[in-house]
Design a protein around this ligand. Structure first.
Ligand SMILES: [Zn+2]
Length: 430
C-alpha cells in the first residue's frame, strides 16, 4: 500500500528540535519513503492520496511508562498519598482482577492512546497473555514488561512472574510491533537475590529492564535505612545499569544519583502528572537535561493521572517545571516534544521510529487544524504542548497501517470495551 499525504504541514526534525514545513510525505508499505516538495513529480505513484490542507502531521507519541490494565481504575483512587494509594487502594482491587478484566482494561487504554495520538508505549502488567493479546489486537507498538515482585532466588511466585514474561515472548514474539522487557517492580518490592536472578535471566535472554525508581521520599528513606545508600546507588552497585535500563519516575534524586544516571545512560521516564497527583513532587528535569540524560515522558496509569493522553503530560511537564523553578525556559515545548517522540522510542528500543524521516517506520499522527486550539497556525510545536487537547488527532498510522482513520478505529470494539469495563468495576469495587 502506498499512501501520500499531499501538501501537509509536518513537524520535521532539525537540530535538537522541530521545524514546521509544508511538504509531501510518501509512505510505502511500513516505511516513510520520502519527504519532499512533490512526491509524484519524483515518480511516487500512490494508491491513496490524503489532502493535507488543514492538517498537521507529527511523529506518533511514545508513552514511556504506563500500566494499561489499570485504566479500569480510572477515577477510583484519588486524593491519596502514594503509599496509601498503592497498598491501601490499588493492590486490594488488583487481587480481584480476572484475565478478562485485564484484557478489557488494556483495550480501554489502547483505545484512549490511539484517540490521543500515541503509537507506541511501555507497559508494566500483572499477568501473562491478557495484556499482550489486547495490545496485539489494537495494532499499537509496545514494549511489554510483566511486573516482577519477589524475594530470593527460590520464591515460587517470583519465578512464576519471570516465566510469565518468557511465556508472552514465546507466544507473541513473532509480532514485530512488540518487544519484551523484564520489569522488576521497585527496590521496595524485590530483594537483592531476586534482582540478581532477574539480571541473570536478562543476560540469558538479551532483554532490557523496566523499573520504578526513586518515586517517593519514603522509598528513598527506606532504602537508605536498609542498605545505607539511595535506590539509584543500590541498583548501580548490584550491576543493573549494565543493562539497557528504563527507570520510571526518578523524582527524588540527589546530585550523585543524577551523575550515576547520566554516566550509565539510564533512560529516565518522567511522569509529571502522576508524580504531582500522588504527592511525590517534581523530578529534577532541568538538572537532568543539563547532564545530557535521555528523558522520556509517561502518563503512568489512569489510576494516578487520570488519563493516558500524552498531550496532558506534554502540557504539564512544561508548566510544572517553569512554575517549580520560576524559570520560563526550564522545559521548552521543543524539548518536551522530543522527550515524547524520539527519546521515548530510544528508551523502548524501537530504533526506527519516533522521528519523521525517510526510511523510518511510518508511525505518525494527523491532527485536524480546524480547531480553535490549532489556530492561527503560528507555532505548531507550541500548539502540541500548550493549546492542543489531544482530541484534534483524527488519524493514527503504525507501520503504514491506519489504526484510526478519520476517527474510525477498525480494530477495537469501543462499545463492548466500555460495557465490559463498567461491568468489571461493579464487581471489583462492590
Ligand atoms: Zn508505574
Amino acid at each position: 500500500m502506498k499512501t501520500l499525504f499531499k501538501s501537509i504541514r509536518a513537524l520535521l526534525p532539525v537540530g535538537d528540535g522541530f521545524e514546521c514545513k509544508i511538504c509531501d510525505i510518501a509512505v510505502d508499505g511500513k516505511t516513510i519513503f520520502s519527504i519532499s516538495e512533490d512526491a509524484e513529480r519524483d515518480g511516487f505513484k500512490p494508491d491513496k492520496t490524503i489532502d493535507g490542507r488543514d492538517k498537521l502531521i507529527c511523529a506518533g507519541l511514545v508513552n514511556s511508562h504506563t500500566h494499561s490494565y489499570m485504566s479500569l481504575f480510572r477515577n477510583s483512587a484519588d486524593d491519596l498519598m502514594f503509599h496509601d494509594w498503592l497498598f491501601g487502594r490499588i493492590m486490594p482491587m488488583e487481587d480481584r482482577l480476572t484475565p478478562d478484566d485485564i484484557y478489557y482494561g488494556t483495550q480501554l487504554a489502547c483505545l484512549e492512546m490511539i484517540k490521543t495520538g500515541t503509537t507506541a508505549f511501555l507497559d508494566m502488567n500483572i499477568c501473562r497473555d491478557a495484556t499482550t493479546r489486547a495490545i496485539t489486537e489494537s495494532g499499537l507498538k509496545a514494549a511489554i514488561s510483566r511486573g516482577l515482585v519477589g524475594n530470593g532466588r527460590n520464591d515460587e511466585s517470583g519465578i512464576r512472574r519471570i516465566e510469565d514474561t518468557l511465556y508472552d515472548m514465546e507466544a507473541y514474539g513473532g509480532n514485530p510491533r512488540l518487544r519484551f522487557m523484564f520489569g522488576p517492580h521497585a527496590v521496595y518490592t524485590t530483594d537483592r537475590e531476586y534482582l540478581e536472578l532477574i539480571m541473570d535471566k536478562a543476560a540469558q535472554y538479551g532483554l532490557d529492564i523496566n523499573v520504578h525508581l526513586s518515586e517517593s521520599v519514603k522509598e528513598v528513606e527506606d532504602c537508605k535505612a536498609q542498605h545505607g545508600i539511595s535506590p539509584v546507588e543500590y541498583l548501580e552497585n548490584i550491576g543493573m545499569f549494565k543493562f539497557h535500563t528504563v527507570a520510571a519516575h526518578c523524582v527524588q534524586l540527589s546530585d550523585k544519583d543524577i551523575e550515576i544516571i547520566a554516566k550509565n545512560k539510564v533512560f529516565v521516564v518522567t511522569n509529571p502528572i502522576s508524580n504531582a497527583k500522588l504527592g511525590n513532587g517534581f523530578a529534577r528535569i532541568p538538572d537532568m537535561i543539563e547532564k545530557g540524560v535521555n528523558i522520556c515522558i509517561g502518563t503512568d496509569s489512569a489510576a494516578s493521572n487520570n488519563t493516558l493522553n500524552m498531550f496532558s503530560d506534554l502540557n504539564f511537564i512544561c508548566l510544572a517545571h517553569k512554575g517549580a523553578t520560576r524559570t520560563a525556559q526550564a522545559v521548552s515545548a521543543q524539548q518536551a516534544l522530543k522527550f515524547a517522540t524520539e527519546n521515548g522510542a530510544a528508551a523502548l528500543g524501537f530504533n526506527n521510529t519516533g522521528v519523521l524521516k525517510e526510511g523510518m517506520a511510518a508511525d505518525l499522527i494527523v491532527m485536524d487544524m480546524k480547531y480553535p486550539s490549532m489556530q492561527p497556525p503560528n507555532n505548531l510545536v507550541a500548539a502540541m504542548c500548550y493549546s492542543a487537547s489531544g482530541y484534534e488527532v483524527e488519524s493514527v498510522m503504525v507501520d503504514g497501517e491506519f489504526l484510526m482513520e478519520n476517527r474510525i478505529i477498525p480494530h477495537l470494539d469501543e462499545e463492548r470495551i466500555y460495557f465490559e469495563c463498567e461491568k468489571a468495576m461493579k464487581r471489583i469495587d462492590a
